[in-house]
Ligand binder design. Structure first.
Ligand code: C2O
Length: 536
């Protein structure tokens, strides 16, 4: 296999968007950061050098990291952060994966600007299971705040209230026509009539699920989260933070310019945000009119459009790419995900309380040393392994919450034996308000075998599970006031973070971790840590 070396210099840079400037943390001065290219089977080494004043770590989102949890990246979970002036080499091999993923900072809110694409090409000579595109483009979607994002979250934590909504969305770093500043025109994708383009769409936004639409063109979905799907055509793509989606776009119009629109999806009565980011598909080599054919993005609460897309997703499940859904289950887990309210004497703005988030009523507390180290070196007192497999009390999850909204705060892990199989039902609660939660699991792909609205019914719902060709992914949207059921095999020893990829929910504690024990056979245990692993 090939060894690929990358160097990420993390530096401050002044950036101007929406006619206002601020310093942002970047990799190599770029926003979005550089796209990392590799092939399936490659060994990738990325030297990350921290030149800024913040502690830092970088996560290779969706990379399985088989036995190499040390390179996964979430701060205080698999590593201590890289301190200012220090560096760390992330060293991993890409096994059994090809497609679009991304990388992002995994500490504080730094991923607002510290992120970029991660493209895994198939092994040399192996074609895509769909018509070979003429060209490929990475489209990174993100959010932009005029003020410093660390200040935004710190202010929210101090007040106990929700943080400010972003001022714009961006497509490859640019907001497009929402900005009145002439130098801020949106991203342009030049196309030629008759050619087909593979768009690798990444939602790197902190807090918003997004709709993606191109005026005058249908999109053919071929892959999500670096797994192939049965191709289907759609007008609109829905993509949650942490998710990636590959679509084919055929330039089958005559000439001109066509608007690309990116707008938020939020079907919970929480924050209103109807800002649209735009980019342009431009037919070159034809007489381009200056008019752009525009498109209306779906309204913010267009649940039906989102559901139609989600319900169309199926694993390709071909001979070459079979869907290996676990058919017997060792651990049946039921996790409620939602918000709660805990006392906070200093939070005056929120009347002495603060918004928290929890899984099975546990608000996860970040340790001050890395969990994986504590596990490997058997350090006592850092975590316990009594994370509850079921909620502490039953209530009408999709109705109004119980009277006591308070959560337990602790660092609890759930222990899994090597190679055991897990079925996990994630149930949204309406304790404060029902909300869509994109749950991301590190170290694994899982299959979404079922989803529904209301309370999960353990008697009737499992009978309807799709165990043949369910979509395989690493981040799944739990529907507002509903549930989703996933299955995976615990074949990767280590400590693996699971959390809501809405950054504010992670900050509030909607997170936990699985501890997967070593197996007994050869190549079934976590490798020892690299020598340059940062210390806390
Ligand atoms: Cu993309 Cu734990 O994150």
């Amino acid at each position: 296999s090939t060894v690929r070396h990358y160097k990420f210099n993390v530096v401050l840079r002044k950036a101007t968007r929406l006619c206002s400037s601020k310093p942002i943390v970047t990799v190599n001065g770029q926003f979005p950061g550089p796209t990392l290219y590799a092939r399936e089977g490659d060994n990738v080494l990325i030297k990350v050098v921290n030149h800024v004043k913040y502690n830092l770590s970088i996560h290779w989102h969706g990379i399985r990291q088989l036995r190499t949890g040390w390179a996964d990246g979430p701060a205080y979970i698999t590593q201590c952060p890289i301190q200012p002036g220090q560096s760390y080499v992330y060293n991993f091999t890409i096994t059994g994966q090809r497609g679009t993923l991304f990388w992002h900072a995994h500490i504080l809110w730094l991923r607002a600007t510290v992120h970029g694409g991660l493209v895994i090409l198939p092994k040399l000579g192996v074609p895509y299971p769909f018509p070979t595109p003429n060209k490929e483009t990475v489209l990174v979607l993100a959010e932009w705040w005029k003020s410093d994002t660390e200040a935004v979250i710190n202010e929210a934590l101090k007040s106990g209230l929700a943080p400010n909504v972003s001022d714009a969305h961006t497509i490859n770093g640019l907001p497009g026509s929402i900005s009145n500043c002439p130098s801020q025109r949106g991203f342009t994708l030049p196309v030629q009539r008759g050619k087909t383009y593979l768009l690798r769409i990444i939602n790197a936004a902190l807090n918003e699920e997004l709709f993606f639409k191109v005026a005058g063109h249908k999109l053919t979905v071929v892959e999500v989260d670096a797994t192939y799907v049965k191709p289907f055509k759609t007008d609109t793509v829905i993509i949650a933070p942490g998710q990636t989606t590959n679509v084919l776009l055929t330039a089958n119009q005559n000439s001109g310019k066509y608007m690309v629109a990116v707008s938020p999806f939020m079907d919970a009565p929480v924050a209103v945000d109807n800002k649209t980011a735009t980019a342009t598909v431009h037919y070159t080599g034809t007489l381009a009119t200056s008019l752009t054919t525009s498109t209306n993005p779906p309204p913010q609460n267009a649940t039906q459009i989102a559901n139609a897309f989600i319900n169309s997703l199926r694993s390709l499940n071909s001979k070459k790419y079979p869907a290996n859904v676990p058919l017997t289950i060792d651990h049946h887990l039921f996790f409620t995900v939602g918000l709660g309210i805990n006392p906070c004497p200093t939070c005056k703005a929120a009347n002495g309380s603060r918004v928290v988030a929890s899984i099975n009523n546990v608000t996860f507390v970040m340790p001050t040393t890395a969990l994986l180290q504590a596990h490997f070196f058997k350090t006592k007192g850092v975590f316990t392994t009594d994370f509850p497999g079921n909620p502490p009390h039953k209530f009408n999850y999709s109705g109004p919450g119980p009277k006591n909204l308070q959560t337990t705060t602790a660092t609890k892990l759930y222990k899994l034996q090597y190679n055991s199989t897990v079925e996990l039902v994630l149930q949204d609660t309406g304790i404060i308000a029902p909300e869509n939660h994109p749950i991301h699991l590190h170290g694994f792909n899982f299959f979404e075998v079922g989803r529904g609205i209301g309370n999960f019914n353990p008697k009737t719902d499992p009978k309807k599970f799709n165990l043949v060709d369910p979509v395989e992914r690493n981040t799944i949207g739990v529907p507002s006031g509903g549930w989703t059921a996933i299955r995976f095999r615990a074949d990767n020893p280590g400590v693996w973070f699971m959390h809501c990829h809405l950054e504010i929910h992670t900050t509030w504690g909607l997170k936990m971790a699985f501890l997967v024990e070593n197996g007994k056979g050869p190549n079934q245990s976590l490798l020892p840590p690299p020598r340059d692993l940062p210390k806390c």
